[in-house]
Design a protein around this ligand. Structure first.
Ligand code: AMP
Length: 286
């Protein structure tokens, strides 16, 4: 595995690959877990060269968020990626990606202001900007993103569509721990007690799906109020059922069966740790 430390090295190395190679990019912020490694496996199936980027992107963190506290485990990550058979690890510094005078960024539009975006102003603009840079630097033909961050995946799909970017975006299902909690680099901040409480997140989401399938007459508002009760004492930032690729909020009086691509989304806070999750509400397996 070749470690590429800055954009120039990455561009030089990757542009020397034969035209017949298909480059697949997996962008990450490091502190890698099995969820990331499944994206890597997927990437290996999709192309002939896999590039994983590790970059904790300051542009996507708000002033009171956990940028400084975000776990950084580069040496362990590197070993995991080597073992996984990754070809290139791109690991730039913030100064490399945002040199003095850096001033252009992507404005994502209304999807960026909803759900996570409402609680994290500017977050998705920061994500879109760094991904655009990663796409340009690597010239990947495919990039793999996790459905764990479903809104991010949709934002990136919109960026690719709106800027006619020559790459395909592939979404990969959420990878969960044995207790159902979605794997996340931030789970390491949870105490054993927090972890017990956090189990309610997937339990509640899957219970909403079960209920909506078994009692199709239940309204969105009935489903959500039961879910809210089940999530106590977690501090809920948002809990919403949405429909369609632009993730429009479903009417409280409607039923899941009347929605085309319904999903339930939530963000909660457990102490200082913010956790997000989402699942599809129709039959597809998770
Ligand atoms: P992060 O390092 O948290 O920025 O995540 C990098 C990529 O891994 C993103 O596309 C995430 O959606 C994806 N990812 C993170 N956790 C999971 C998970 N539990 N299952 C699937 N994908 C994940």
């Amino acid at each position: 595995m070749l470690v590429l430390e800055n954009p120039i090295d990455a561009q030089t190395e990757l542009s020397q690959l034969s035209q017949s190679e298909l480059i697949v990019l997996v962008p990450t912020m490091g502190c890698l877990h099995e969820g990331h490694l499944q994206l890597v496996e997927r990437a290996k199936q999709l192309g002939s060269r896999v590039v994983v980027s590790i970059f904790v992107n300051p542009l996507q963190f708000g002033p009171n968020e956990d940028f400084d506290r975000y776990p950084r485990t580069f040496h362990e990550d590197k070993t995991k990626l080597e073992t996984a058979g990754v070809d290139f690890l791109f690991h730039p510094t913030a100064a490399d990606l945002y040199p003095n005078g850096f001033s252009c960024s992507i404005e994502v539009g209304s999807l960026a202001n909803r759900l996570c975006g409402h609680f994290r102003p500017g977050h998705f603009n920061g994500v879109a900007t760094v991904c655009m840079k990663l796409f340009e630097i690597t010239r990947a033909q495919v990039a793999v993103f996790g459905e764990k961050d479903f809104q991010q995946l949709q934002v990136i799909r919109n960026v690719v569509r709106d800027f006619n970017l020559p790459l395909a975006i592939v979404g990969h299902p959420t990878v969960r721990d044995t207790d159902g909690l979605a794997l996340s680099s931030r789970n390491r901040f949870l105490s054993a007690q927090d972890r017990e409480i956090a189990k309610r997140i997937p339990q509640t989401l899957f219970s909403v799906r079960k209920q909506s399938l078994e009692n199709p007459d239940l309204t969105i508002s009935q489903l959500l109020s039961e879910a809210r009760a089940a999530l106590a004492p977690l501090e809920i930032q948002y809990l919403e059922i949405t429909d369609g690729p632009n993730m429009k909020t479903a009417l409280p009086t409607s039923q899941v069966r009347h929605l085309e691509v319904p999903r339930i989304f939530l963000a909660v806070k457990l102490g200082n740790t913010r956790l997000i999750d989402n699942i599809a509400l129709k039959e597809e397996a998770e």
